[in-house]
Write a new protein. Structure first.
Ligand code: NAD
Length: 475
């Protein structure tokens, strides 16, 4: 049992002013693995004061100092590889190899990428006698979800540090320990006092406190749409800038010129990654009507290559969902799919055989899904694929865009002109072609109700900057 009841404020581990705690559960075993403090408003006030006090000097550090700092952070992060991998497996239930390949590496990539971006990033631009300056935005409040405990935190933190902004982080109370390791990494890297502050606790108290705090200048939030709306409303009262990374219901369009078996494998891999708990998951698979039977058969054949199981088993592709609440939610959606008349071609309700303990969900595939069904419109956040058909490309694009979301889209096809047409027609912030690997320099963020703002790379740094014009600057 790990008991980590202290917050990290002004460069020190300090006790909470409250006495309430929150249990952290391993979703694979359903056992309590530790506790954190349920932070209070007073804890948050201390953290904000520390971040505010650190801002004047940190925001004036040179670009080179911040490049060196980000690289030192990345070096220290690498030293903690085993701890980070183990922790993500324990608190999220991700298979060990995924905790390394995906979670650990994504976190690392953001720090290295931010350092690289800074090399060429221009903080000022002269237009005749006017000087345009980009200055650190101030104190930033970061609120993150549980599904990518190192990725979501690191992208925000790397961008904030690159810009010279000081921060208060409130990670998800479901997966707080990866963020505690990050705090230790920053300590080891010699981050100046007060630049990074960690306050653990609930959304109701610490999260709400961040979005309404008069001394916080900017809030970057990743999580659900409902909470994103509350944050926007709160932030409006002090005219705080907000960036929201919310949910998605992303389409994956398979073109008729592509090998069906290969496309099925890509689609399955996408939807089962991280147990389907991915905001960019391609949960609506659109295939030409004439290829439906062939595609469904190929999906069924490929499923055994992506086994659900114990995160510590080398063969496991995906582990349990993060919590009982998420498990129940996904079960309800599977029932809805059946009652709405979609054809269940694999999986279904209940636990997979032999995995009765832990929040495991069967890999579930629905065919004959219509886009107005609930399972095609709402974010399920579980290992559930919906297969829809289209008659022609216009219809495919219309279906793809018939959603309140616009976070991501996927195209699988050979013909460059058609791929380009689809990519430019989908109203979403990131389009991936033929399962291309992630590009950490490319902007990440949503259209429509998937939110606003961009993370990753140079666009991510821009989020933490204000723009100033100095007019009449002598040359
Ligand atoms: P959530 O919105 O419930 O929680 C996210 C964070 O917000 C947590 O740290 C939580 O404690 C905090 N929070 C809760 N209530 C709050 C409040 N009133 N004020 C301020 N903060 C509050 O989401 P979740 O359950 O952690 O994650 C699942 C959802 O997040 C899914 O719907 C998914 O689509 C979305 N998500 C989106 C992205 C993205 O990048 N777009 C990434 C991951 C998750």
């Amino acid at each position: 049992m790990r008991s980590h009841l202290k917050h990290f404020i002004n460069g020190e581990w300090v006790a909470s002013t409250g006495s309430e705690t929150i249990n952290v559960i391993n979703p694979a075993t359903e056992e309590v693995i530790g506790q954190i403090s349920n932070g209070t408003e007073e804890d948050l006030d201390k953290a904000v004061a520390a971040a505010r006090a650190a801002f004047p000097s940190f925001s004036q550090t040179s670009k080179q100092e911040r490049i060196d700092l980000l690289n030192r952070i990345a070096d220290e992060y690498e030293k903690r590889k085993d701890d980070i991998v183990e922790m993500i497996t324990q608190e999220l239930g991700a298979p060990l190899k995924m905790s390394y390949k995906m979670h650990y590496n994504m976190g690392l990539s953001h720090f290295r990428q931010a350092a690289k971006e800074l090399e060429t990033f221009e903080f000022s631009e002269r237009r005749g006698s006017t000087l345009i300056r980009k200055e650190a935005i101030g104190v930033s409040g970061l609120i993150t979800p549980w599904n990518f405990p190192t990725n979501q935190t690191s992208t925000k933190l790397a961008s904030a540090f690159a810009a010279g902004s000081t921060v208060i982080l409130k990670p998800s109370e479901l997966t707080p320990y990866a963020a505690i390791i990050l705090a230790e990494v920053f300590e080891a890297a010699g981050l100046p006092k007060g630049v990074f502050n960690l306050v653990n606790g609930s959304g109701e108290i610490v999260g709400n406190g961040i979005s309404s705090h008069p001394d916080i200048d900017f809030v970057s939030f990743t999580g659900s749409g409902a909470v994103g709306q509350k944050i926007s409303e709160n932030a409006a009262k002090t005219v705080k800038r907000v960036a929201l990374e919310l949910g998605g219901k992303s389409p994956l369009i398979v073109l008729d010129d592509y090998d069906v078996k290969k496309a099925a494998k890509m689609a399955v891999a996408n939807v089962l990654t991280n147990s389907g708990q991915v905001c960019t998951a391609a949960t609506r698979t659109l295939i030409p009507k004439s290829k439906k039977d062939e595609f469904v058969k190929a999906v069924k054949e490929v499923l055994p290559q992506f086994p659900v199981g114990d995160p510590r088993d080398e063969k496991t592709y995906y582990g349990p969902l993060v919590s009982e609440k998420q498990y129940d939610r996904v079960q309800e959606y599977i029932k809805k799919g059946q009652s709405e008349g979609a054809t269940l071609v694999a999986g279904g309700t209940g636990k997979p055989e032999g995995l009765e303990k832990g929040y495991y969900v069967k890999p579930t595939v629905f065919a004959d899904v219509k886009n107005d069904m609930i399972i095609a419109q709402e974010e399920i956040f579980g290992p559930v694929m919906s297969i829809l058909t289209y008659e022609n490309l216009d219809e495919a694009i219309e279906i793809a865009n018939d959603t309140i979301y616009g976070l991501a889209g996927y195209v699988i096809g050979e013909d460059e002109v058609t791929v380009d047409r689809v990519a430019s027609s989908i109203r979403a912030g990131r389009i991936t072609v033929n399962q291309a690997p992630a590009d950490f320099s490319a902007p990440f963020g949503g259209y429509k109700q998937s939110g606003f703002g961009r993370e990753w790379g140079d666009y991510g740094i821009e989020e933490y900057l204000e723009i100033k014009a100095v007019v009449g600057m002598p040359s």
